[in-house]
Design a protein around this ligand. Sequence first.
Ligand code: THU
Length: 133
Amino acid sequence: MADLDALLAAAIDAMGKSRPTYSQFPVGAAILTADGRIFSGGNIEVASYPEGWCAETTALSHYVMGQGGTITDICVIAERLPRCTPCGGCRQRLAEFAPPDARLHLCADGAIVQTLTMAEIFPLGFDGDVLTG
Ligand code: THU
């Protein structure tokens, strides 16, 4: 599917722009919305190690600032892993914006290795509805 090819290419491109200065562990993420737009990002590390952040978080910030719509697909790729699953914090962040049926594609070596839904990768996540309702 052309959109998925473009999404994977965007994740790989973002991985190339990441800043894994201290871990040497480049990660790229890309988010596809229903209107065909793609928002991507890489992990960014700083000298005070805990202050760095993940690729998924960079991609989400572009998604929010770009006023993206419904998220349909997400690609995540890490150069040094055969299958990079988002960390716990990023699962919570992704679930804030991506619906339970959004597809999460775990990628490696220029290909999608496994596809899950957000509900599958993040069951029983904290539901913030109580905070706004
Ligand atoms: N990292 C991500 O970018 N996404 C994840 O889901 C897991 C970890 C980054 C954070 C840090 O820059 C590096 O990988 C090593 O943990």
